[in-house]
Ligand binder design. Structure first.
Ligand code: 0A1
Ligand code: ZN
Length: 849
C-alpha cells in the first residue's frame, strides 16, 4: 500500500538526471509467484547534472544481490528507492531481484492476466520490475533475455537469439523505461508484413489467446493503413524489423505504445462482425492508429518529464483524429470528437478536477491521463495548425522530427519548433497549455447599412488554484449566410487575441446569419442569443456540417431546458427542422444519425448549471423521455420509408458507409419502439446477423421493458465471450429506469460472471451506472453509497481504476444541498478508509476540495 498523505511533485523542481544509461541488459527467469529479474546496466555521470547522487527507483522488489563493477554494494533504502555510493565515472550496476507477478492485481509492472505474463510500465511501472532511474529523460537501448517454458516469449525490438527455453530481444533505439514490455504465454499470431516507403520489409504480428484468431483481421488491416498513412501524411517510416501487438484481457487502459510491442486491452483490438459493433470497429481502428503513431510522437521523441505528457498524447490524439477523418467522414468524425470533448473534457474543466494541459504539480501521475491532457491537448494542436496553416504545420513537424529525434522533450521545445519554422511568436498561444478552464466566448453583433460587425468577449472562469485568467489566442472560423441561405462570405479564420475584439464585414446587401466557430475551431463555449428560427435556418442551410449539426443540437437543448424550467420550449421549430433534416437524402446517414441523437442527460445538467440553475436529474430524465416520445410521434410517417432506405443488402462490412446506415437505422428503431412497444426491435433482434443490430435491438427492448427473453438468450449465447458479456452487463445498467438502476447493479454484481478484478467488467457495470445520471443521482443517495462501497472494495485491488471511477462524483457541486451532503458523506467515507491508495486519496481529495 502506498503512503496515504503523499507530497506533490512540482514541474519547477525538475533537475536533469544524475546518471545516464548507455545500455540495459535484462534477464527474466519467469515463475508466476517468484520471477527473478537480473539487470546489468551501464551508467555514466551526466555532465549536466546538478548533484552526484546515484538513486534508483524501486517498489516491492526483494533484492537478492547488487554490485557495482562486480563488487557487492549495500544500497540505502530511501523514499521510493535506493541510494548507492557510486563512482564519478562510467560503471556497471548489476542486481538480481525477485517479484511476484501473480499477486499483482494493480496491473502495473509485471503481472499475470489469464495465465499469461504481461507488463504495463507507463507511467511508473518499471520500478516494480527492477531498480532503475524510472524517469522518461533516461533513455537507453535494451537487450532482454527471457527464460521460461512459455510457448511465446516477447519483448521490445528485434528477435536476436533464441534457444531451448529462452529468447533474446534487442531494441537498438534508446527508450525510457516506461516503454519497456514483456509478454509470455500461450499465444497465437496473425502474421502479415509491410514494406516501408524506403523498401524495408517489416514483419507484423498480432498475438492473441488461442480461440481469438477470428477477431484479428480488422486490427491487422488497421495497422497497415496506419503505417501507410504515417508515411504519406507525416513522412514517418517504421524503424524495426518487426512490429507486434498483443491482446491482453486484464488491462487498465485502452492500449500501450511500448516500442515495437504494443500491448492492447482485448476490447481495443479484437473484433468481428458477430461480436463487435460498428462503434467498436471505429474505436479499434483509431486506437491501433494512435498506438502506432506513438512510435514517432512519444517513442522516438519522448517526454522529458510527466508534466510534458500532452507533448506526446495531445499530438498523438490529434494525429489519430486526422487519420480517422481520412479513413471515414471528416465532419462525422469531427462531431464525434467534439461530443466526446464536451462530455468528458468540458465536464472535467468545469469542476474540481480542472487542470492545465501542462500541469505545474501532481501527486500521482496515473491520475493525469485525463481528457484535458489527451483531448484538450489535441484541440490545442488543431488550433496551432489552423493558425500557422497546413504548410506551416508540415514545416514545423519536419523540423520537430529532425531537431528532436532521440530526445526527451518539453512542450516549450515543441512551441519553439513552430516559432522557428513559421516565424510566429507563440508566447500568448502558450497560455492554452498553462491556463485551465474552458473559455466562454460571448458574441454580440451589429448591422448598419451593409456593414456587419461581430464582437467577441472571452472570459475563462476560475479553476482550482487559478483564479485569474489572461486572454488567449482564439481562432474563430466564421462564415456568413445570406437571407436565402446562400453563403455570402466563405469561411474565414478570425484571430482573437484581446479580451474583447470586434471584426467587421463590409459590402453586404442584407443582414447575414453568422455561422460561428465552424468545425469547432477552438475548444470554447459560445454564448450568443439567437432565435429558434435562426438555428433551424442554419440546420437547413449551413455549408459547414459541424455547425449544421450544432444548430440542431442547440435547438434540442433549448427545447429540453425550456421544458424543465418552464421557459420557452420551441418544440415545433425543433421537430420541423428535424424532419426536414431527416428527409434530406443528400445528407450522409451517419450525419443524420448524429443529428437525431438526443443530447445526454449529463449535458443538460451542465447546461442548466452553467445558466445558474440547480439541475434536477429526475426532471431532466422526464423531459428527455417526453421529448423522445414527441419526436417519435411527430416523425412517425417518415419512419417506414427511411428505415427501409437504411437496409444494407451487402454482407456486413465495418466501413463508414454501412455503419452510417446502421446508425441511422438504429435511431429510427428507437423512435419506432416508442410507437410499437418493441415489435420492430424484437424482429430485428431475431433476424440480426451482426452485433450492431442485435445490441441496438436489445437496447430498444430494454427501453420497452420487453427484454427478459432476449437478455437470457443473449447471455446463454455469449457466456464464453468476455467482451460480449461486458456489453450484456453494460446495457442493462445504462438502460435501467432511474429507480431500478441501483438494484440492477446489485443484481449484476451477484452474477457469477461478475468480477472486480477485471477492469473491463468492473467498468461495464459501474461506468455504466455513473453514465445513467437519473439512476446514479437518486434522491435517497443509494446510488452514491453503492458506488462508494465498491470503490472502497476495489481500491486495495486496483488503485488506478478506483481513482478513475471516483470521477463519477466530480460534478457534485452542481446539485442541490441534500445531494451534495450525501455525496460529501460518501467522499469522506472513502477518504477515511484505512490504507487508501495514493491514487484514490488524491482524486477523492481533489473532488472533495
Ligand atoms: N500511453 C497510452 C495510455 C496508457 C497510459 C497509462 C497507462 O497506465 C497508467 C496505460 C496506458 C496511450 O496513450 O495509449
Ligand atoms: Zn497515447
Amino acid at each position: 500500500m502506498k503512503d496515504a498523505s503523499p507530497q506533490p511533485i512540482y514541474l519547477s523542481d525538475y533537475t536533469p538526471p544524475e546518471y545516464l544509461v548507455d545500455q540495459v541488459e535484462l534477464t527474466f527467469r519467469l515463475a508466476p509467484s517468484a520471477t527473478r529479474v537480473i539487470s546489468k546496466i551501464r551508467f555514466r555521470p551526466n555532465p549536466e547534472a546538478v548533484s552526484k547522487r546515484f538513486f534508483l527507483h524501486g517498489e516491492g522488489l526483494a533484492t537478492i544481490s547488487s554490485t557495482i563493477d562486480g563488487a557487492p554494494v549495500t544500497p540505502r533504502e530511501v523514499e521510493g528507492g535506493i541510494e548507492v555510493d557510486a563512482p564519478d565515472a562510467p560503471f556497471t550496476w548489476e542486481a538480481e531481484v525477485e517479484i511476484d507477478p501473480k499477486a499483482n492485481t494493480a496491473l502495473e509492472g509485471l503481472y499475470m492476466s489469464n495465465g499469461m505474463y504481461c507488463t504495463q510500465c507507463e507511467a511508473e511501472g518499471f520500478r516494480k520490475i527492477t531498480w532503475y532511474p524510472d524517469r522518461p529523460d533516461v533513455m537507453a537501448p535494451f537487450t532482454v533475455r527471457i527464460e521460461g517454458d512459455e510457448p511465446v516469449m516477447l519483448s521490445n525490438g528485434n528477435p536476436t537469439a533464441s534457444g531451448d527455453g529462452w529468447r533474446e530481444w534487442t531494441d537498438p533505439w534508446p527508450k525510457p523505461a516506461y516503454l519497456f514490455a514483456l509478454v509470455a504465454g500461450d499465444l497465437v499470431a496473425r502474421e502479415d508484413s509491410f514494406t516501408t516507403m524506403s523498401g524495408k520489409h517489416v514483419d507484423l504480428r498480432l498475438w492473441v489467446r488461442p480461440g481469438d484468431e477470428g477477431k484479428t483481421a480488422f486490427g491487422m488491416e488497421a495497422l497497415k493503413k496506419s503505417m501507410k498513412w504515417d508515411e504519406e501524411v507525416y513522412g514517418r517510416e517504421y524503424d524495426l524489423d518487426i512490429f507486434q501487438i498483443v491482446a491482453v484481457s486484464d488491462f487498465n487502459m485502452g492500449a500501450m505504445e511500448n516500442k515495437g510491442l504494443n500491448i492492447f486491452n482485448t476490447s481495443a483490438v479484437l473484433c468481428s462482425p458477430e461480436t463487435s459493433t460498428d462503434a467498436n470497429f471505429e474505436r479499434i481502428e483509431a486506437i491501433i492508429a494512435h498506438e502506432y503513431f506513438h512510435n514517432w510522437t512519444g517513442n522516438r521523441i519522448t517526454c522529458r518529464d510527466w508534466f510534458q505528457l500532452s507533448l506526446k498524447e495531445g499530438l498523438t490524439v490529434f494525429r489519430d483524429q486526422q487519420f480517422s477523418a481520412d479513413m471515414r467522414s471528416p465532419s462525422v468524425c469531427r462531431i464525434s470528437d467534439v461530443l466526446s470533448l464536451r462530455g468528458r473534457q468540458f465536464r472535467e474543466d468545469n469542476g474540481p478536477l480542472a487542470h492545465q494541459v501542462q500541469p505545474d504539480s501532481f501527486v500521482e501521475i496515473n491520475n493525469f491521463y485525463t481528457a484535458t491532457i489527451y483531448e484538450k491537448g489535441a484541440e490545442v494542436i488543431r488550433m496551432l495548425k489552423t493558425l500557422v496553416g497546413d504548410d506551416g504545420y508540415r514545416k514545423a513537424l519536419d523540423l520537430y522530427f529532425e531537431r528532436h529525434d532521440g530526445q526527451a522533450c518539453t512542450i516549450d521545445d515543441w512551441l519553439k519548433v513552430f516559432e522557428d519554422a513559421t516565424g510566429r511568436d507563440l508566447s500568448q498561444f502558450r497560455r492554452w497549455y498553462k491556463q485551465a478552464g474552458t473559455p466562454r466566448l460571448k458574441v454580440t453583433e451589429t448591422w448598419d447599412d451593409g456593414t456587419y460587425q461581430l464582437t467577441f468577449t472571452q472570459t475563462t472562469p476560475p479553476t482550482p488554484g487559478q483564479a485569474v485568467k489572461e486572454p488567449q489566442v482564439i481562432p474563430i472560423a466564421v462564415g456568413l449566410l445570406g437571407p436565402n441561405g446562400d453563403e455570402v462570405r466563405e469561411t474565414q479564420v478570425l484571430e482573437m487575441t484581446e479580451g474583447t475584439q470586434t471584426f467587421t464585414f463590409e459590402g453586404l446587401s442584407a443582414r447575414p446569419v453568422p455561422s460561428i466557430l465552424r468545425g469547432f475551431s477552438a475548444p470554447v463555449i459560445v454564448e450568443r442569443e439567437t432565435t429558434p428560427d435562426e438555428r433551424a435556418f442554419l440546420l437547413a442551410h449551413d455549408t459547414d456540417e459541424f455547425n449544421r449539426w450544432e444548430a440542431g443540437r442547440s435547438l434540442a437543448k433549448e427545447v429540453l431546458t425550456g421544458m424543465i424550467t418552464g421557459g420557452d420550449a420551441p418544440q415545433a421549430a425543433y421537430l420541423d427542422a428535424l424532419a426536414t433534416m431527416l428527409r434530406d437524402d443528400s445528407a450522409d446517414p451517419a450525419f443524420r444519425a448524429l443529428a437525431l441523437q438526443m443530447p445526454g442527460e449529463d449535458d443538460i445538467a451542465q447546461t442548466l448549471f452553467d445558466a445558474g440553475m440547480t439541475p434536477d436529474p429526475d426532471a431532466i430524465h422526464e423531459a428527455c423521455e417526453t421529448l423522445k416520445q414527441a419526436r417519435a410521434e411527430y416523425l412517425q410517417d417518415l419512419l417506414p420509408r427511411l428505415s427501409a432506405d437504411m437496409t444494407v443488402s451487402e454482407p456486413f462490412e465495418p466501413n463508414a458507409e454501412q455503419a452510417g446506415k446502421r446508425a441511422l437505422g438504429l435511431q429510427l428503431l428507437k423512435l419506432a419502439t416508442r410507437l410499437d412497444g418493441g415489435k420492430a426491435a424484437q424482429a430485428q433482434y431475431e433476424a440480426a446477423d451482426n452485433m450492431t443490430h442485435s445490441l441496438g435491438a436489445l437496447a430498444c427492448l430494454l427501453d420497452a421493458g420487453k427484454a427478459d427473453a432476449a437478455l437470457a438468450e443473449f447471455r446463454e449465447r455469449w457466456k464464453n465471450d468476455a467482451l460480449v458479456m461486458d456489453k450484456w452487463f453494460m446495457l442493462q445498467v445504462s438502460h435501467a429506469a432511474p429507480a431500478e438502476a441501483a438494484a440492477t447493479v446489485e443484481r449484476l454484481t451477484k452474477d457469477p460472471a461478475f468480477t472486480m478484478k477485471n477492469p473491463n467488467r468492473f467498468r461495464s457495470v459501474f461506468g455504466a451506472f455513473a453514465g445513467n445520471p437519473a439512476g446514479f443521482h437518486q434522491k435517497d443517495g443509494s446510488g452514491y453509497a453503492l458506488l462508494a462501497d465498491w470503490l472502497i472494495r476495489l481500491d486495495p485491488i486496483n488503485p488506478q481504476i478506483t481513482a478513475r471511477m471516483s470521477g463519477a462524483f466530480e460534478t457534485w457541486k452542481r446539485y442541490d444541498a441534500d445531494r451534495q451532503d450525501l455525496i460529501a458523506g460518501e467522499l469522506d467515507r472513502i477518504l477515511a478508509t484505512p490504507g487508501l491508495s495514493r491514487d484514490t486519496a488524491e482524486m477523492v481529495g481533489r473532488i472533495r476540495g
